[in-house]
Design a protein around this ligand. Structure first.
Ligand code: PLP
Length: 393
């Protein structure tokens, strides 16, 4: 028996455990100090009432012989796929029902989708990066190339025609940088993917935060249906991080050497996945009802307002940052050329504010820092007031 020793090539991730250790040690030594956490990438508001109501009803259905549900379709119930289809239609994107695959979240699909691609493909990821893109490819031994995202390109790298790639990761709005591509920029990526006979894996987990002027779905570009897969989630849209539901769009027009990616993915899912629970899918479908969209928007508006408060603070301090506008993340340059962890220590020790050191997301993250808008308005305002006082000294 031989193990998959590619796992031994994974870099240990110390980022969040080191943060937790430092914060716990600080709090233990200073029990009277109130620590404010602006580092979390998880939502904090509860599920919307329409979602809860739909899930309660679904639980009741499960209690009666006549309405009980056993195994459902692996790729998701038609009622939820119809809702997702309607959601895309409202942004001007036409999808067929069987191009939509319901999943238990974007993280699993980011990893699972690689099953349909050979390990002998060159992967292109941005640096800094959401670590899942890197680690899932290291696990299967693929070669990974990094593209520089930095202050010069606004953390939105564009294709380098001298580099060949087969699998391209684009996350927009981006985690951790909050930067979001325009449709014109994505068109350049689509052209590059076509030229390289490559596939774009487009992570749209934060599309719900986008406004005018930036892309929401890569399929707003019609030609992308021949070179892209989109992975999305109810996690940030509707607070499903603990409930678990997402969707992946694999267009039928996506073919390589005459083979349909949609067919391969369907085969993969029907073989290795038994679908998302009926109760959760009912809750997810309620998100895209008229009332659901209203309630979801009310929650998103709270996070968006927090993002605005943080961005405004950076504007007032004259600090360079990306994000904050189409994203719950504010990615800021540490003042006075400080390193990410030094800035982390400064904020924790001096004003008891916790963020995430940018260096934990890649070498280009050094000297940068991520703050998130998922806290309460009160915490966000208080943290920003402390940051302003500290940095305007
Ligand atoms: N993609 C990105 C870029 C993320 O930041 C996250 C979670 O933070 C995910 C995917 C995971 O989403 P899900 O909760 O649907 O697995």
């Amino acid at each position: 028996m031989k193990l998959n020793t590619n796992y031994l090539n994974l870099a240990e991730s110390y980022l969040f455990s080191t943060i937790a250790k430092k914060v716990n040690a600080y709090q233990a030594a200073n029990p009277d100090k109130q620590v404010l956490r602006l580092g979390i990438g998880d939502v904090t508001l509860p599920l919307a009432p329409v979602v809860i109501e739909a899930m309660h009803q679904a639980v009741d259905e499960m209690s009666k012989k006549e309405t009980f549900k056993g195994y459902g379709p692996e790729q998701g119930y038609a009622f939820l796929k119809d809702s997702v289809q309607g959601y895309y239609a409202r942004m001007g994107v036409t999808l067929e029902g069987d191009e939509i695959f319901i999943s238990d979240g974007a993280k699993s699909d980011c990893g699972n989708i690689l099953d349909i691609f050979d390990t002998d493909n060159v992967v292109l990821v941005p640096d800094p990066v959401y670590p899942v893109y890197v680690d899932t490819n290291v696990m299967s031994g693929r070669k990974i190339l990094y593209m520089n995202a930095n202050a010069e390109n606004g953390f939105l790298p564009m294709p380098d025609d001298s580099v060949h790639a087969d699998i391209i990761y684009i996350c927009s709005p981006n985690n951790p940088t909050g930067a979001a591509y325009t449709l014109d920029q994505l068109k350049v990526w689509v052209a590059y993917a076509k030229k390289n006979n490559a596939v774009i894996l487009y992570d749209a987990a934060y599309e719900c935060f986008t406004g005018e002027g930036v892309a929401r779905s890569i399929f707003q570009i019609e030609e992308a249906k021949t070179c892209a897969i989109e992975i999305c989630s109810f996690s940030k849209t509707a607070g499903f991080t603990g409930t678990r539901c997402g969707y992946t769009v694999v267009p039928k027009a996506l073919m390589f050497d005459g083979v349909s990616c949609n067919k391969l993915w369907l085969r993969r899912q029907t073989t290795k996945f038994n679908g998302v629970s009926y109760i959760v899918q009912r809750g997810a479908a309620a998100v895209f009802s008229e009332e659901g969209e209203k309630q979801i928007q009310a929650n998103l508006a709270i996070y968006q307002n927090n993002a605005r408060i943080i961005a405004q603070t950076m504007d007032e301090l004259g600090i360079f940052y990306t994000g904050g506008k189409h994203s719950p993340y504010i990615w800021l340059q540490c003042p006075n050329g400080m390193k990410s962890w030094d800035f982390f220590d400064l904020l924790l020790n001096e004003i008891q504010v916790v963020g995430t050191p940018g260096s934990g997301f890649g070498k280009n993250g050094e000297g940068f820092f991520r703050l998130t808008a998922f806290g309460s308005e009160q915490t966000t305002k208080e943290a920003c007031a402390r940051i302003k006082k500290l940095l305007s000294k």
